[in-house]
Design a protein around this ligand. Structure first.
Ligand code: PLP
Length: 962
């Protein structure tokens, strides 16, 4: 470049590619030289099997700059007509406290962390999650809660599954569903029940106890707003040995007798209205609370209290941490990614307001609802007598039309899911003026502030919350909910918590199979735009046409990238995608008259969610062996396909394999399955190795999920949110999930839902939209190439120090590599866990431990990590190997050494009685650069066994608090 460089050469529309991809041109050259290749194409040729290579550019728009992409997205956002929604049905407008928006929701220190598998460097979010559990069990009146579920509807389905596991009414296959449940909950529960082989009985809640059922689900308050005492129903159900599940609104429970005090066994619901925007349906955290007696049957993750090696109280994920990997098809559920970031936000909202503040919000909502009720009543309109925040108005067809006409003119949305009624739900943001507007809209009269005043002073005492159902018990008395009510305290508390957690803002997180890549700021910015964060999921389609265009645009891009005919956006995690995909296969096979096809072949190396998902479809899991190279054993596959030829439903494979290898035979594998009449499900978690290079649809998959929170830049949020849309071939399209409230184009009308919201967690889709738009085909291709380059570079640099397990042709790995620590364990006793903990002393998060092979570490660097960071990680791994060598040689004690004692904390270094056979400097500063920048783990190694033996899942008491 010089002063005469022409203008067109000074524009940089594809500058984002270089911002996303870590290594620059010269770093890429260095890495290629190290591996002995002249260019990226040559490396890819040597790595990706010829038979699957795409060999043509993806048909996507050219790359765009951050500003251009944001401007295009803004155009779509401008086609979103934001109106005031009183629709309710489990979704309510809310105010996210600004201190939480800026310091958590928009803060990479919080949103780029992973699920807290390494608790010593995750104490901040674990402390918040345990507060979340405490909040849930206090409000529901239960003994134990998890953190967290994907949405209320799937939480209800999981409650049904738990009921089946623990009910003493073993003979019954029937489950009762309150007819006044939320419509989307009913939809999801019915879909799930059908595949489990349960019969659903729908009826009035009062009749629940008359049936021979293993469990029942009741809604409290119900979808029409009514509140009923559930005690008698619960007693009747218990007499029949049935499990009582209640879906409850958390805000209302600050004023209502909690279900736990009415003998409920399981309580589920959404925490959305605790500060999490509606976002056209998600993401939000759902909660799940139950009795202590059922703790081993709980789905999802429970955070518990344990102690570290210095006896300090510390938090960790307990019990089912890796339950799918251990229990496979016997796992309680397939939930892996949950909604951690949103659970944290809900807990913080509760901390910030405290019990008094929450009650005040709830009382205000309720008072306004009573004023509205009084206004309607005085106009002789027929409404429900009991309510917290929701009124259902019985209307004639004529009244309905008039009211909806006026509502439209006033730019407000009411609930219209009933043909003979109109529903109104108030929320935290509702004002007195809103009540005047609502009254005017409904009655057609003008309403003045004076009218409201009059109504407020003359409320009908018999309306609202029945005296017997007013909450008497205190809640959220723990210090954590009573200390941070001013912004200064809150800000500092949030910062303190953030500082305990290692995120991508500190260092690379080389978790294999998790794809911890850059979550670019420009990608994240749109998620807090009101246009995307505010809409209620059930607003009329024309109000969100820009939203729908964005979603459709992303569907097209993903379909092109994966080689499919269509994409279903409903599943809100990878595991949900598996369930949704297998469900489509199931429905398709049933429609072909092949109900008898129930066998699902799954290689032994598969991710644990695969068998757990197959089980949810009532499929019989048959394991296919892997050979000594980690590839699917083709002979075994042929034998099993032949053996089950008449009953084969599907094969679930991961590609590249979970061993990080491009298997040469994958097309043949798919062909074998198709020849035997089965369908191929391809687990797309490893798509990051393929984008632009090969496509699941071309390889032979019929359906495949795409983890947008891996390959397409949605941040992991410390354990969620995620999105797991599925790509499908044409023949499956009629059979993917539809939605009972918002009908979708494509799937059959009666195709039941898999998520509460029609497009899953819609409000995070702009992240992936931005990523693909800014990268274009060329950027995406390069990202895959560099991901493969980085993994091979690490494998090659570490090879001389640790054995690298499994490689493909030419000794190359795909986008991740597995290093084997079992030989070192045999000679020194040092385990993969010791290395993982020692990496913390070097400032790193460990790679994936013991998946897919016990005793190994799986490293996935992604394309986003710069060469210096790869080298820093490699130096740490080599440094650790040298430490192990000192144990091998006998120089260091086998037990008292820096690996077994890792991680080291400031408490260790400050300990006056330090008497270890290695120095403090060796402990804390194994490499010099740490003297400049050091991430200190906030606790020492946490005792896993103690935590599981002494399961304690609530906030520990703080003695000094009174
Ligand atoms: C991450 C992953 C999943 C599960 O995805 P979630 O979004 O966590 O449910 C499934 N299979 C593989 C191979 C994965 O790596």
């Amino acid at each position: 470049m010089n002063i005469d460089t022409p203008l067109n050469a000074l524009h940089d529309d594809d500058a984002f590619i270089g911002r996303h991809i870590g290594p620059d041109a010269s770093a890429i050259q260095l890495m290629l030289e190290n591996l002995g290749y002249s260019d990226l194409d040559a490396l890819v040729k040597a790595t990706v099997p010829e038979s699957i290579a795409l060999n043509k550019p993806l048909a996507l728009d050219p790359p765009r700059s951050e500003q251009q992409a944001l401007a295009s997205l803004k155009e779509l956002a401008d086609q979103i007509d934001l109106r005031r929604s009183y629709i309710g049905l489990g979704y309510h407008d809310t105010i996210t406290p600004p201190v939480i928006v800026r310091n958590v929701l928009e803060n990479p220190g919080w949103y780029t962390a992973y699920t807290p598998y390494q608790p010593e460097i995750s104490q901040g979010r674990l402390e918040t999650l345990i507060a979340y559990q405490q909040m849930v069990l206090d409000l529901t009146g239960m003994e134990l809660a998890n953190a967290s579920m994907l949405d209320e509807a799937t939480a209800a389905a999981e409650a049904m599954a738990l009921a089946k596991r623990v009910s003493k009414n073993k003979a019954s296959q029937q489950f009762f569903l309150d007819e006044a449940c939320l419509p989307q909950t009913r939809d999801v529960v019915e879909t799930r029940a059908e595949r489990f082989g349960f019969d659903i009985i729908v009826g009035p809640a009062a009749e629940a106890g008359q049936h021979d059922v293993f469990g029942a689900l009741l809604q409290y308050p119900d979808r029409y707003g009514r509140i009923t005492d559930l005690s008698n129903i619960a007693t009747e159900l218990h007499d029949k040995k049935a499990i009582v599940c209640v879906a409850a609104d958390l805000m209302s429970l600050t004023l209502l007798t909690p279900p736990g005090e009415m003998e409920a066994d399981v309580v589920v619901g959404n925490t959305q209205r605790f500060g999490v925007p509606m976002g056209l349906g998600g993401p939000h955290a759902a909660y799940f609370a139950t009795r202590d007696a059922f703790k081993r049957a709980v789905p999802g993750r429970i955070i518990g209290v344990s102690v570290d090696s210095r006896g300090k109280q510390s938090y960790r994920m307990s019990l089912q941490t890796r339950e799918q990997h251990i229990r496979r098809e016997k796992a309680n559920s397939n939930i892996c990614t949950a909604q951690v970031l949103l659970a944290n936000i809900a807990a913080m909202y509760a901390m910030y307001h405290g019990p008094v503040g929450l009650q005040k919000i709830a009382l205000r909502i309720h008072r306004l609802t009573r004023i509205l009720a009084a206004g309607l009543h005085s106009n002789n309109l027929n409404i429900n007598e009991t309510f917290f925040d929701t009124l259902t108005l019985q209307v004639t067809a004529e009244q309905r039309t008039e009211i909806l006409h006026r509502a439209d003119a006033a730019r407000i949305n009411l609930r219209t899911t009933e043909t003979d009624a109109i529903g109104i739900s108030l929320d935290e943001t509702t004002t007195v003026d809103d009540i005047a507007t609502l009254l005017a809209v409904i009655t057609g009269d003008t309403v003045t502030p004076d009218n409201i005043k009059q109504l407020d002073s003359g409320l009908y005492p018999q309306f609202g919350i029945p005296a017997t159902l007013q909450r008497q018990s205190p809640f959220m008395q723990h210090a954590v909910f009573n200390r941070y009510h001013n912004e200064t305290d809150m800000l500092r508390y949030l910062k303190r918590l953030e500082n305990r957690d290692l995120s991508l803002a500190h260092a690379m997180i080389p978790l294999g199979s998790c794809t911890m890549k850059l979550n670019a700021t420009a990608e994240m910015m749109p998620i807090t735009w009101p246009a995307f964060s505010k809409p209620h999921p059930f607003v009329p389609a024309d109000q969100v046409s820009g939203y729908r265009s964005m979603i459709e645009g992303l569907e097209h891009m993903l379909a092109e990238i994966c080689g499919f005919d269509a994409v279903s956006m409903q599943p809100n995690s990878g595991a949900q995608g598996e369930y949704a995909g297998l469900l489509a296969i199931r429905r398709y096979l049933d429609a072909q008259g092949q109900k008898e096809r129930t066998v699902c072949l799954i290689p032994s190396s598969a991710h644990g969610t695969n068998p757990a998902s197959a089980q949810m479809l009532g499929m019989k899991v048959v394991v296919v062996a892997c050979d000594e190279k980690g590839n699917i054993d083709l002979e075994d596959l042929k034998a099993k396909s032949a053996q089950y030829s008449d009953t084969l439903a599907a094969l679930m494979i991961t590609y590249p394999s979970t061993h990080g290898v491009f298997e040469e035979t994958v097309k043949e594998v798919c062909q074998i399955i198709h020849d035997h009449g089965g369908q191929v499900y391809l687990d797309g978690a490893n798509l990051n190795a393929q984008v632009g290079l090969a496509r699941p649809g071309d390889i032979g998959a019929d359906v495949s999920h795409v983890n947008l929170h891996k390959t397409f830049c949605i941040p992991h949020g410390g354990g969620g949110p995620g999105m797991g849309p599925i790509g499908i071939k044409k023949h499956l399209q009629p059979y993917v999930a539809n939605h009972s409230v918002v009908a979708l184009d494509g799937p059959e009308k009666d195709s039941g839902a898999v998520s509460a919201a029609p497009w899953g967690s819609a409000s995070i889709l702009p992240i992936s939209w931005m990523y693909i738009t800014m990268m274009g085909a060329s950027g995406l291709l390069k990202a895959s190439q560099v991901a493969i380059l980085s993994a091979n570079y690490i494998a090659s640099r570490l090879e001389g120090h640790y054995p690298v397990l499994y490689t493909g042709k030419n000794g190359r790995v795909a986008h991740e590599c597995i290093i084997d620590l079992r030989p070192l364990k045999a000679t020194t006793g040092i385990t993969d866990e010791d290395v993982a903990k020692r990496l913390m002393d070097y400032g790193f998060h460990a790679p994936t431990m013991s998946f897919p092979v016990p005793g190994t570490l799986m490293i996935e660097p992604t394309e986003s990590e710069p060469l210096q960071e790869l080298d820093r990680f490699i130096a740490a791994m080599i440094g650790i190997r040298q430490e192990i060598a000192r144990i091998e040689s006998g120089e260091l004690d086998a037990e008292n050494n820096m690996l077994k004692q890792a991680p080291h904390t400031l408490a260790d270094i400050m300990d006056e009685s330090w008497d270890r056979p290695y120095s403090k400097a060796e402990a804390a500063y194994p490499v010099d650069s740490l003297r400049e920048d050091k991430f200190w783990p906030s606790v020492n190694r946490i005792d896993n066994v103690y935590g599981d033996r002494n399961l304690f899942c609530a906030c520990p008491s703080i003695d000094d608090y009174r």
